[in-house]
Design a protein around this ligand. Sequence first.
Ligand SMILES: [Zn+2]
Length: 153
Amino acid sequence: MKCPYCDSDDTRVINSRPAEDGSAIRRRRHCDVCGRRFTTYEKVETIPFMVIKKDNTREPFDRAKIEKGILNACHKRAVSLQQIEKMVLEIETQIFEAGDKEVTSTYIGELVMEKLRLVDEVAYVRFASVYREFKDATTFLLELEKLNWSKEN
Ligand SMILES: [Zn+2]
């Protein structure tokens, strides 16, 4: 990213976070040459990503899929659309920060679970049960136990 003041290429990101309306990533940047700071807004949709699926095939990253998965998990739960949007954007941001052109669907799934776990435990378990394809009740209960364990600590 070029510095808008002195045109230098030596700029670095100080911090990144979702813009208030959730449609972009806001980055504060610092220019190492002239020392000035500036802000950029980046639309996540414009960044091309490939997702590596479990069978090793690739497909373009699709935020709608993450959104749908979270929406389903949060069905009839006390989670607002705004919270869901925020989670989706945070996940996109994290993937983007990792700097890879390809991410595994497993990694995305883990990120979704991480977010859901903090927002709504029922939604988390729902998502996890679909995502991890719990084969029996035991695996499911183990997951619940993990939740209780983290609560006590
Ligand atoms: Zn500069």
